[in-house]
Design a binder for this molecule. Sequence first.
Ligand code: UT7
Length: 320
Amino acid sequence: MTGKICGTGSYVPPHVMDNDDMAKLVDTNDEWIRERTGIARRHVAEQETTSFMAGQAALRAVEQSGIAPEEIDMIIVATSSSETIYPCAACEVQKTIGAVNAAGYDLNAACTGFVLGFNAAQAYISAGMCRTVLVVGAESMSHMIDWTDRSTCILFGDGAGAVLLRAQEGAPVWTAAHSDGKKGPALTGLSRHRKDWEKEGEEKESYIHMDGQAVFKFAVRKVPEIIEEILEKSGVSADEIDYFILHQANRRIIEAVAKRLKIDISRFPMDLEEYANTSAATVPILLDEMNRQGMFRKGHKLILAGFGAGLTWAGCLFEW
Ligand code: UT7
C-alpha cells in the first residue's frame, strides 16, 4: 500500500507586503531582492496564527478529498513557528476539522519538515498502521525574523499547505533523508530562554540567523545529490519525472539544481515570487496550486525535495 494524494489545500494570509514595502523598513530595493532571490511579494499574517492557517489549509484538503474527517487516522503538522509549544498545532487542526479519531503531533525540521512528514505518512501507510493521513506544513515566519535585518527579513513569508493521503495499491514511493548537525550554526532560530546563554552573558534573540552563502552552497550541492540518490534507488530516470517540486527558498538555488542535473527548468515549478520562503509550507502550497490548476494527471511522476536548518534535507518520488 502507498499513500495517494486525494486532496490538497492551502491558506495564505490576505495581507501582502511587496519589495517596495520592505524597502521602507530596511536598506534594500525591489531590483536587489528580485535579482538575488526571485521574490516579489510575501503574505504576512496579521491576526492569523500558525495553527489557524494549518487548520484552514487542512479544511480545504479534506473538502476536496470528499473523505469524512472522522476517517483520518493521523495528523502531522510540520512547523517550527507554532504560537504554542503545546497544545501542538496538529491537535488544533484536529479540533478545527473534526478529525475526532486521529492522533496528531508536530514535526520540527524547519524547511525540510513537510517532506519528512510526507515520508513518515507513507511509512505509516505502507506498514499498515494508518489508512488516511493528513500532512500539513504551516509557518508564521514573520514572528521568527528580525525585521531590521535586511539579509533575512526579505526572504520569508507566512502560510500553510496540506495534503490528505489515503492507502491504495499503486507504484512504490521512494524516499531519502539526511541531516548534518555539525553544520547547524549556518541557520539558527534561537529561543530566548536558554539558561546557558544567560550564564555566558551573551545576547541572543529568538530571531533567525543565517550564513546565507553557506546555506546556498549546501542546497545547491545536496539537493541534486538526494534527487540522484532517489532516482538510483527507484530505477526511474530523470527524463521520466514530470515535475521536481523543490522547497521555494530562492529562484537561483532551483535554477542551479536544474542546471547541475541537466534538466530543463520548465520541470521545476515555482511560486516564490508571490509567497517567498514559507519554510515547511512551500512544498504543500505549491502542490495545492498546481493541483487546483489541473497540472497533475494520474500516473505523473513527481519528486519532492526539501532542505533547511539542521542542516536537514529530504526527498521522495511518487506517482500522482
Ligand atoms: O529555507 C532555507 C533558508 N535559506 C536559504 O535558502 C538562503 C540561501 N541563501 C540565499 O538565498 C542567498 O545567500 C541570499 C539571498 C540570502 C543572499 O544573496 P547573496 O547573493 O549570497 O548575497 P550576499 O549575502 O553575498 O550579499 C551581497 C551584498 C552584500 O553587500 P556587500 O558586502 O557586497 O557590500 C550584502 O550586504 O548584498 C548586500 N545585501 C543586501 N542588499 C540589498 C544583503 N541583503 C541585502 C538586501 N538588499 N536585502
